[in-house]
Design a protein around this ligand. Structure first.
Ligand code: GLA
Length: 350
């Protein structure tokens, strides 16, 4: 059915930003723009076949340029936080911008969510190939990093994301996608009734700056136990130090994913619409962020002010602050090696 392309806007320097639309025969569609590799719209059917847009975002490029809490964006070079914006590789200390208190968040103030991605439509695959080269020293990270992200829309309503990167100098990489989902398709509603299921026995407790404490914690007997599908809102107000530190759920769960194979990490279900989202990943962790910082000041698509917990992010990734935690799975990429990672967001109805 082709991959339509239309002008979405222009950056302040005059660069044209296009919107590309992937679609399939079920009516599912994904709209992606060059700026930030942002998914600006994702429509899926409910249990009656009614299509709705299930991601938060803006109607126009200017709104994304002005202020975007990472709606729909690609995140790099390092998803999540690096404590004090510092890490060491082979005796060299690298300093990154401290754009989240004293820490580096999501690769810095000019991370991959704010760069211009080249987009190549691949009609045979029903996919878009996004590419970007981050130069040595960009946002403080070493190495020229060539990144490719493939967004594929499958016939069975899977949005598949394949990340690939190579470097010419030893560096760290942790890429993710920051879509905010609201499966009701109506962003006036919160996601409190969504049932979340996370296939993890441990999560990573954090301090009030969202930096990991020293040890993983068992989810047992805590509001972080989502081993059975449980609504997000049912325990979010519990008296719990971790919920206070996170201002809600904003934590990384440790997946039972020893092999790095594609693995069912989590699912999210909206009983009212019947929409089910299953998240598969090769990554060891998933950051669940329940839209805690949304406060109505972001006026989203259709003029809707996005309120606290009206969207939820399911960010597959390596653990926060891994460059400074020798016991965490490594995020180091060496020249001659290929970073590769896959995540699938699969939509269906129940
Ligand atoms: C993340 C972080 C959150 C918050 C959002 C953006 O995923 O974990 O703490 O910064 O991005 O608002």
């Amino acid at each position: 059915m082709g991959i339509p392309k239309s002008l979405f806007g222009r950056t302040p320097s005059g660069q044209e930003v296009f919107r590309y639309t992937l679609s399939n025969s079920n009516g599912m569609a994904i709209d992606v723009i060059n700026y930030g590799g942002i998914v600006v719209r994702l429509t899926v059917p409910d249990k009656h076949g009614v299509l709705a847009d299930v991601v938060l975002g803006y109607d126009d490029l200017d709104s994304y340029l002005q202020s975007n809490p990472y709606f729909g964006a690609l995140i790099g070079r390092y998803g999540n936080r690096i404590a004090h914006g510092k890490f060491n590789l082979d005796g060299i200390t690298y300093s990154l911008p401290q754009n989240n208190g004293a820490n580096n968040l999501h690769g810095g103030p000019n991370g991959f969510d704010k760069v211009y991605w080249q987009i190549e439509p691949l009609e045979d695959l029903n996919a878009l190939r996004l590419s970007y080269t981050s130069v040595d020293g960009e946002e403080g990270f070493p190495g020229n990093l060539q990144v490719e992200v493939l967004y594929t829309l499958m016939a069975d309503n899977e949005w598949r994301i394949d990340y690939r990167a190579v470097t010419d100098k030893k560096t760290v990489v942790n890429l993710t996608q920051h879509s905010y989902f609201n499966l009701t398709g109506d962003a006036y509603q919160s996601i409190d009734q969504h049932k979340l299921h996370v296939h993890a026995d441990y999560f990573i407790p954090v301090n009030d700056q969202h930096i990991p404490l020293s040890e993983f914690a068992s989810v047992m007997h805590t509001p972080f136990d989502f081993r059975q599908p449980t609504s997000v809102g049912s325990r979010v107000h519990a008296q719990d130090q971790q919920l206070m530190n996170g201002n809600g759920y904003d934590h990384c769960w440790v997946l039972r994913n020893e092999t790095g194979e594609l693995y069912l990490a989590a699912s999210l279900y909206d009983p009212a619409s019947g929409r089910l989202l299953e998240v598969y990943t090769t990554e060891p962790g998933i950051q669940v962020y329940s839209g805690n910082f949304l406060d109505g000041t972001s006026i989203g698509k259709g003029g809707i002010p996005y309120q606290k917990r009206h969207g939820i992010c399911l960010e597959t990734e390596h653990f926060p602050d891994s460059p400074n935690r020798p016991s965490f799975p490594s995020v180091v990429l060496e020249p001659g090696k290929v970073y590769s990672s896959t995540t699938v967001y699969k939509f269906s109805t129940l």
